[in-house]
Design a protein around this ligand. Structure first.
Ligand SMILES: NC(=O)c1ccc[n+]([C@@H]2O[C@H](COP(=O)([O-])OP(=O)(O)OC[C@H]3O[C@@H](n4cnc5c(N)ncnc54)[C@H](OP(=O)(O)O)[C@@H]3O)[C@@H](O)[C@H]2O)c1
Length: 313
C-alpha cells in the first residue's frame, strides 16, 4: 500500500512515518516545505508522481489562539488545504484519512459521540469542521478521525510546555540545596475542564490499523468496507483536567529524576483563562464506535508519559 502523509514534520506525521516503516509499508511523508497543501498544483504534482492508494492528512494550522487573530491563514490550511487533498483523492481513487479534533464540539456535556451535532466555539474548531463537511462531499472513501490533546516525542504540546516551564528546576540547573530556597514558578492551568490526553504514537498505530483493515475488507467485499468508513473518535484515557494533567507531567518528570523540585500547579477556571480562543470545558469523546468496529481501545496515557521522561524525550 502506497501511503502519502502530509504535514510530515508534525508530531503525528512523524509517528505515522516511523510506524509505517517498521511495518514495511510504502510511505511518503512530505513536510510543508516540500508539499504545501494550500497549493493545488504542488499537491497535484505529488499525486501524479506517487499515485498514492491512501493519504493521511496530518497537515494543519494547530495554533488555536493565533487562529483567532488570523482566521484566513487557519482556514487556508485546515479547510481549503484539506479540500484540495480530498479532491485529488477522489480523482486518483486514493483513500483519505482526515485527522480532526475534539474542538469541533462546543459547550455540551461529553463524552461526545460521533452522531452528535458539532458546534465549534473557536476558529480552529470551525476550520476543522468545515474540512470534515467538505471532505465528506468530495470523497466517498473516507475516514475522519477526531482526537484531542496529542502529545509525543516531537512537536509542541502540553507536555513540552510544562517541561519547558519547569526547566529552571531541572536537576541540570539547580541543586537540592538551591531548590529549597527557590521560589517555584507559578504554573496556572485550567481545573474545571476535561481533556483526554492522547499519545501521538497510539493514534498513529490506530490510524494505520483502521486504514489497513478497511482496505483489506474492501478488497474482499467493497460493500462491507463502506460500513467501516465515516467518522470515528480516538482519544486517551482517563479524562483529566488540564491542571491535573500538568501535575501528572510534573510528577512523571520528578519520578524520572529530571526535576529537583516539583513546582506547584495553580488551578484557574476556564472562564478566567485569558486566551484569545474560547475553549469548550468538556472535550471528552466517546470512543465506543472505534472499539466496536476496529477493536481499538482508548490508550492509557499514564505509562506513556512516564516512559517519555524515563527515556529522556
Ligand atoms: N495537537 C493536538 O493536540 C491535536 C488535537 C486534536 C487534533 N489534532 C489534529 O491532529 C493532526 C496532527 O496534528 P499535530 O499535533 O501533529 O500537529 P503539528 O505537530 O502542529 O503538525 C502539523 C503540521 O502541519 C504542517 N503544516 C502547516 N501548514 C501546512 C501546509 N500549508 N501544508 C503542509 N503542511 C502544513 C506544519 O508544518 P510547519 O510546522 O512547518 O508549519 C506541521 O508540521 C492535525 O490535523 C490536528 O488538527 C491535533
Amino acid at each position: 500500500m502506497r501511503i502519502l502523509v502530509t504535514g510530515g514534520s508534525g508530531s503525528l506525521a512523524r509517528e505515522i512515518y516511523q510506524q509505517a516503516m517498521e511495518q514495511e509499508l510504502e510511505i511518503y511523508s512530505y513536510a510543508r516545505t516540500e508539499l504545501d497543501i494550500t497549493d493545488p498544483q504542488q499537491l497535484q504534482a505529488v499525486f501524479a508522481e506517487i499515485k498514492p492508494e491512501a493519504v493521511i492528512n496530518c497537515a494543519a494550522y494547530t495554533n488555536v489562539d493565533k487562529a483567532e487573530a488570523d482566521p484566513e491563514a487557519c482556514m487556508a490550511v485546515n479547510t481549503r488545504g484539506a479540500l484540495n487533498a480530498a479532491e485529488l483523492c477522489a480523482r486518483y481513487r486514493a483513500f483519505l484519512v482526515q485527522v480532526s479534533t475534539d474542538y469541533v464540539f462546543g459547550d455540551t456535556p461529553g463524552p461526545h459521540g460521533t452522531a452528535e451535532d458539532p458546534a465549534p466555539v473557536n476558529v480552529y474548531g470551525r476550520s476543522k469542521l468545515l474540512a470534515e463537511e467538505g471532505c465528506r462531499r468530495l470523497c466517498r472513501r473516507l475516514l475522519i478521525v477526531r482526537t484531542g490533546t496529542l502529545f509525543g516525542r516531537s512537536g509542541r504540546n502540553i507536555v513540552r510546555t510544562v517541561a519547558d516551564l519547569c526547566r529552571p528546576y531541572s536537576r541540570f540547573y539547580i541543586s537540592k540545596q538551591e531548590a529549597r530556597a527557590a521560589v517555584p514558578p507559578t504554573l496556572r492551568f485550567i481545573s474545571d475542564n476535561l481533556i483526554q490526553p492522547t499519545p501521538a504514537a497510539a493514534l498513529a498505530q490506530a490510524l494505520l490499523t483502521m486504514l489497513t483493515r478497511i482496505l483489506e475488507v474492501e478488497a474482499q467485499d467493497p460493500h462491507a468496507a463502506l460500513a467501516l468508513m465515516g467518522s470515528y473518535h480516538y482519544t486517551g484515557t482517563p479524562a483529566v483536567s488540564s491542571a491535573d494533567f500538568a501535575r501528572a507531567i510534573i510528577d512523571a518528570a520528578f519520578a524520572a529524576g529530571r526535576l529537583t523540585l516539583r513546582p506547584p500547579v495553580q488551578n484557574i477556571l476556564n472562564a478566567d483563562y485569558a486566551a484569545a480562543a474560547c475553549r469548550p470545558r468538556d472535550l471528552r469523546l466517546d470512543n465506543s464506535k472505534t472499539a466496536r468496529d476496529f477493536n481499538l481501545q482508548p490508550p492509557d496515557w499514564r505509562p506513556v508519559l512516564q516512559q517519555m521522561f524515563k527515556r529522556g524525550q
